[in-house]
Design a binder for this molecule. Structure first.
Ligand SMILES: Nc1nc2c(ncn2[C@@H]2O[C@H](COP(=O)(O)OP(=O)(O)OP(=O)(O)O)[C@@H](O)[C@H]2O)c(=O)[nH]1
Ligand SMILES: [Zn+2]
Length: 203
C-alpha cells in the first residue's frame, strides 16, 4: 500500500485539541488527514468516523447534503468521549472529484437523483475505495472501531481488511427542504440505514 505518514501536529478546534496526522497516497498524490484524541494503546475499540471530503458541505455550508453536520457531530462525539479518530479522506463527490460533483448537481437541479446523475456522467453510484484507511489505522495502532456511520459499505470495507467494527453508531441528520431527496435516495438506492420514516411521520 502506497499511503505513508508524513507529519503530525496539534489541531485546536472548538470541540477539543486534536492531533492531526498527515498522510500521502503516493500512487494518487492525494493528501489524507487523521484527527485523533486520546490514547489507543489499551487496544479497546476506538470511537471513529471515516469522513469523505465534501468541500461544499464541510466548508461552504451546503444544505444539499448532510456532510457538514455529520463532520461536526462526529468531532463533538469524539471530544465528549475524550478518545477517538476521524479519518478525513480526500474522496470528494464519492470519488468522482469536485468538478464532476458540480456536474452531477447540475443534473440534479434538472430532476435527476444523486445516483442517476452519477450514472449519466458515466460513473458508478459510489466510486470510493476505503483501502487507504488500512495503513492510516495501522500507523495509529487502531484495530477495533466503534464506527459512526449509516453506510453499510464502510463497515464491510473495514472488516474486509481486518479492522473489527465493535459497534455501529448512527449519525443521523435532520431532513430539510434541500437534502430530503438526497437522503431518501441514499436510503433507497445506496443502502444507508436511516430512520427517515420516523422523521417524515413526526413532521
Ligand atoms: N457524486 C456525488 N457525491 C456526493 C453528492 N452529495 C454528497 N456527495 C459526496 O458524498 C460523500 C459523503 O460521504 P460521507 O460523509 O462519508 O457519507 P456517507 O457515505 O453518506 O456515509 P455516512 O458514514 O453514513 O455519512 C462525500 O464525498 C460528498 O462529497 C452527490 O449528490 N453526488
Ligand atoms: Zn456533502
Amino acid at each position: 500500500m502506497s499511503v505513508v505518514f508524513v507529519a503530525a501536529s496539534k489541531l485546536p478546534t472548538p470541540f477539543a485539541t486534536f492531533t492531526m496526522h498527515g498522510f500521502l497516497d503516493e500512487a494518487s498524490g492525494k493528501e489524507h488527514v487523521a484527527l485523533t484524541l486520546g490514547d489507543f494503546s489499551d487496544g479497546l475499540p476506538v470511537l471513529g468516523r471515516l469522513h469523505s471530503e465534501c468541500l461544499t458541505g464541510d466548508a461552504l455550508f451546503s444544505q444539499r447534503c448532510d456532510c457538514g453536520a455529520q463532520l461536526e457531530a462526529a468531532l463533538r462525539a469524539i471530544a465528549e468521549e475524550g478518545r477517538g479518530v476521524l479519518l478525513y479522506l480526500r474522496q470528494e463527490g464519492r470519488g468522482i472529484g469536485l468538478l464532476n460533483k458540480i456536474r452531477a448537481y447540475e443534473l440534479q437541479d434538472a430532476g435527476a437523483d444523486t445516483v442517476e446523475a452519477n450514472e449519466r456522467l458515466g460513473f458508478a453510484a459510489d466510486q470510493r475505495d476505503y483501502s487507504i484507511c488500512q495503513p492510516m489505522l495501522d500507523h495509529l495502532g487502531i484495530s477495533a472501531i466503534k464506527l459512526m456511520t449509516n453506510n453499510p459499505r464502510k463497515v464491510k470495507a473495514l472488516e474486509g481488511f481486518g479492522v473489527r467494527v465493535a459497534e455501529r453508531h448512527p449519525l443521523e441528520i435532520r431532513l430539510n427542504v434541500h437534502n430530503r431527496k438526497y437522503l431518501t435516495t441514499k436510503a433507497g438506492k445506496l443502502g444507508h440505514m436511516l430512520g427517515l420514516q420516523h422523521q417524515e411521520e413526526a413532521e
